[in-house]
Design a protein around this ligand. Structure first.
Ligand code: SF4
Length: 252
């Protein structure tokens, strides 16, 4: 496990100036390790805010409890979109695609940014400064590898705000993530022990066949709803364009 943590100069300046560090927390292992590391490396608790995008019925049971159990007394706010994932798919007549992840922008990024803007306005002690921390890692995909670890957000740096998007664990390996969780004496979300490799939506458009199969067995009721939805709209969740039952071999 690495014992140092790089704070880019801009982030260090923001930390010293008393900025808010918003920790995007999905309840997954990467968010959990990122939070542990940020606190371990000296970001004070009174400068940390956890923000969770609640995806309702499509996210794993126990997500909020897991965040609360592992985050201690840190303040937590919840961001919700105006419509659910399944409503979005039903209305569009198709599932989102990996290249146009409307689900991420509409259900996570948009609602989270809206809540953070509100929070900053209501808490002037941060001087409008915010470092928006996300747990994406280069190892996860080619698209994530291309993302800059630090980006000044022109779009959000308005109305007296100074806003950076930061990926503090962008270059970490999966082994390092689990090592940091163990180092803190914590456990990852229960779904990992049941065989899931990632903790996203219970049925994610980018999930592997193995994860979809594990999830189908763990979540038979929700699985049935996805399979019914696929048949009703004539469009599949999987990028392979095969229906869920064909991908998983699990009959709904
Ligand atoms: S976890 Fe997957 S399906 Fe859910 S919002 Fe993210 S990309 Fe979309």
């Amino acid at each position: 496990m690495r014992d140092t943590f790089d704070f880019p100069d801009e982030v260090r300046d923001m930390l010293d100036a008393g900025a808010l560090f918003a920790v995007n927390h999905s309840a997954g292992k990467d968010s959990q390790a990122m939070l542990i590391a940020l606190r371990d490396m000296g970001v004070p608790d009174d400068q940390i805010l956890i923000v969770h995008a609640d995806l309702g019925e499509v996210e794993w049971p126990g997500n909020l409890e897991h965040i609360r159990d592992t985050a201690g007394d840190l303040e937590l706010i919840i961001a919700r979109s105006r419509r659910t994932f399944l409503e979005m798919v039903e209305q569009r007549g198709m599932f989102p695609s990996p290249s146009q992840r409307q689900c991420t922008s509409d259900l996570k990024r948009g609602p989270i940014q809206r809540e953070l803007r509100r929070y900053l306005k209501a808490n002037p002690r941060f001087g409008g400064r915010i470092v928006n921390c996300m747990g994406m890692r280069a190892q996860e995909s080619a698209a994530r590898a291309k993302k800059p670890a630090l980006r000044f957000s022109e779009a959000n740096s308005k109305a007296g705000r100074t806003w950076y998007d930061w990926l503090p664990i962008h270059d970490w390996t999966e082994e390092e993530v689990f090592a940091w969780i163990a180092y803190a004496g914590q456990k990852p979300h229960w779904a990992y022990a049941k065989g899931m490799s990632r903790l996203s939506c219970r049925f994610c458009i980018m999930a592997s066949a193995c994860d979809l199969t594990t999830s189908a067995k763990l979540n038979p009721d929700l699985y049935r709803r996805y399979v019914e939805l696929e048949k009703r709209i004539g469009h599949t969740l999987s990028m392979s364009r095969r229906g869920l039952e064909e991908v998983t071999g699990v009959a709904a």
